[in-house]
Design a protein. Sequence first.
Length: 146
Amino acid sequence: MLHKEELRLGNKVFNRKGEVITVQQLLSNSLIYDTQINISRKVAANSGRFYEDSYVTEVVELVKEIDFQEVTAIALTPKILEKCGFRNFVRDEWIISYGNTHTDFEFTSEGLRLRHSTPTRVGIKSVHQLQNFFFAITGQELEVDM
């Protein structure tokens, strides 16, 4: 189960079926992950002449919503890091580039940690945490190809 405070729009998580969903809207106890708008047009009345037909347009919005209790984090793996644009040159060292900047991370059993003179204390263990961290340090959204 994830808490609302951990998530941002665009975060990737699992639903109860194990499908990857993208957060589109955060509500008080749930989130919206898919919306579709269906538009249909039908003839409402036909007086026998083509130019006198009346039409009715119907707009229906379909919304998929899920409780926070039914949402779980996607654990980071080397394969997922590659899908996020990371490159691996040395066994535990992972590098991501954005603009003209490169940032080095170390990926261990404790999670993904920034390789810096003062390394991060808490490891990043899930995709949504990585997305949030990347946005905090770059101001850009992390492209995740799931």
